[in-house]
Design a protein around this ligand. Sequence first.
Ligand code: IMP
Length: 182
Amino acid sequence: MPTSKHESGKSPKVLIPEVKLQARLTELAHEIAADYRGKEITAICILKGSFIFFADIIRKLDQPVVCEFLGVSSYGNRKVTSGEVKVTLDINEPLEGKHVIVFEDIVDSGLTLSYILNMIKTRQPASLRCCSLLMKPDSMKVDVDVDYVGFKIGNEFVIGYGLDYAGAYRGLPYIGYLEHDH
Ligand code: IMP
């Protein structure tokens, strides 16, 4: 059961329920589809955390979408960013001349997204935008424009719907948080 004890033995609480997530994804997809009418989108899924969000939102877009996957890691098993971004899986296809949208799970300090956008810019896409399911505006440390934002949340550490804590909880169908967690 989604709200029962999970891998670490802690009970997740629901922050954003599944129905609300899906409704917001439909709105975001409509916005994106309207902005990219008649264009092919190269959609980049940032692994690992974005895989569920990505799979759901690209199925709601009604134009041609080419999917690419970029693996990055910045947290290790901790809850605070190290500030160092490591590419664990690169995109082998050229991005030059493509209309690229980066799909990120969550923007916290903004360091990861900023690193990714700078890296992709060097590959000379025709256009580059980003979409993040979640954003923690009070935690931002760098100035990065997020073109499409699903939900703005507080500083709490969240899990589920692709997001993990030390590798666990990615399979929860909702965005949750852990109580009594230090
Ligand atoms: P940033 O570089 O601080 O913006 O962190 C972005 C990355 O850290 C995200 O792509 C997530 O993988 C991870 N992250 C940040 N906040 C959370 C959270 O609350 N839960 C799970 N992962 C998070």
